[in-house]
Design a protein around this ligand. Structure first.
Ligand code: EPS
Length: 386
């Protein structure tokens, strides 16, 4: 079993992740993690904060000489903006708590329910942690999972497929090609025609003081059948993936394979026929199931989609009520992203990589990467002969 926790405020000194349960012997360096952190910071539509931050990981434990030790791995990412918030965020009694107090909750944000829950009169005490800045730590933990999957030949690719009303249908291409095309796009969208329209839509939202959501798709290539489980609700891989994706700030819906579309189609069109050839073993020509049947991988590419709502910090705000004066207000904000769907896509990749790595370790687990690889190869040979 692998697990991780993150800690840290958006304008505090650092974000931290503590990762536990990883096998020993996994080759990983700060560069692997930094690559993913950089991708998360990218994407057309980000705001002023990303000009301040330049996320880099410091590995504080659990990795030595470029290999995991089997002991807990602690990762830390500096918040450069902290320099501007030092006195306000200070943990000591001298903190300037009367400055930058937030009493005006943003509709759609954690501000108001979080303040009521913890009895905070200053909603900064909520927004500092509910902020999507936290996802940097999740991406760092996910980078370790991605590294483990790479060692097994499993590839996780994320694509942005919709921004606001603009949709694209990603083509069926080999994963390397698809990942390359997504990487070359400012929106991580491998469809250059749709990308242009998406950029226009983001520019328009920015001019209007508005924000935009969208959809991203995560594909996982190279998994054998039988990862996950059908025998208990919490072993079902689709449930685990949906939970992990819904756990990302602003994600409002998840689909596996055909997803909601399947509800409107007859069964004869939804379910994928099963074929067999000596060379490929069992396979499907369609993938309506999104690579998951009965809570387990079926050997096809795992395909999950997530819908992100538009960011609730708007230059053109909704109506809200000041919690001190109880007066209605319509105020504007100082700084915000217009669209963070590409960033959320990278976080989604991390979340999916994490769950898949966890399920793989449950099936093929061992204390060292060598043991896991041995079990993985034996199982793959068995699957081919089944
Ligand atoms: C966020 C608000 C913005 C974003 C932030 C998430 O930060 P700030 O309030 O400092 O301008 O930039 O995202 C990040 C800092 C990040 O690294 O992704 C929010 O309210 O969720």
């Amino acid at each position: 079993m692998i697990r991780f926790l993150t800690a840290g405020e958006s304008h505090g000194p650092v974000l931290t992740a503590v990762v536990e349960g990883f096998p020993a012997g996994l080759p990983v360096t700060a560069t692997h993690i930094d690559e993913q952190l950089k991708r998360r910071q990218g994407g057309y539509g980000r705001g002023g904060r990303m000009k301040i931050e330049s996320d880099r990981v410091a590995i504080l434990s659990g990795i030595r000489g470029g290999y995991t030790l089997g002991s807990p791995i602690s990762l830390s990412i500096e918040n450069r903006d902290w320099a501007n918030w030092r006195e306000i965020m200070d943990p000591g009694p001298g903190a300037l708590l009367a400055e930058r107090v937030v009493t005006r909750p943003r509709p759609g944000h954690a501000d108001l329910p979080g303040a009521i829950k913890y009895s905070h009169r200053d909603m900064r005490n909520v927004l500092e942690r509910s902020s999507a800045r936290e996802t940097a730590a999740r991406v760092a933990a996910g980078a370790l999972a991605r590294r483990l999957l790479e060692e097994l030949g499993v590839r996780v690719v994320g694509l942005v497929t919709a921004i606001g009303q603009v949709q694209s249908n990603p083509r069926e291409l080999p994963p390397e090609q698809l990942a390359g095309m997504a990487a070359a796009s400012e929106l991580y969208c491998p469809d250059s025609i749709a990308e242009k329209e998406m950029i226009k839509a983001i520019d328009k939202a920015r001019e209007d003081g508005d924000s935009l959501g969208g959809v991203f798709e995560i594909r996982v290539y190279g998994l054998p059948p039988g990862v996950g489980g059908f025998a208990q609700w919490d072993r079902r891989l689709d449930g685990r993936l949906a939970g992990a994706l819904m756990g990302i700030q602003a994600i409002k819906g998840v689909e596996v394979g055909l997803g909601f579309e399947a509800a409107a189609m007859p069964g004869s069109r939804v379910h994928d026929d099963i074929f067999y050839s000596g060379e490929r073993g069992y396979y499907r020509k369609d993938n309506g199931a999104g690579g998951i049947e009965g809570g387990m991988t079926n050997g096809e590419t795992v395909v999950v989609k997530a819908a992100m709502k538009p960011i609730p910090t708007l230059y053109k705000p909704k109506q809200s009520v000041d919690i001190e004066t109880k007066e209605v207000f319509v105020a504007s904000v100082e700084r915000s992203d217009v669209c963070a769907v590409p960033a959320a896509c990278v976080v989604g990749e991390a979340a999916v990589a994490w769950e898949i790595a966890g399920a793989c370790l449950e099936k093929f687990g061992g204390d060292t990467l060598a043991e896991i690889k041995e079990r993985w190869s034996l199982y793959l040979a068995k699957v081919r002969q089944f």
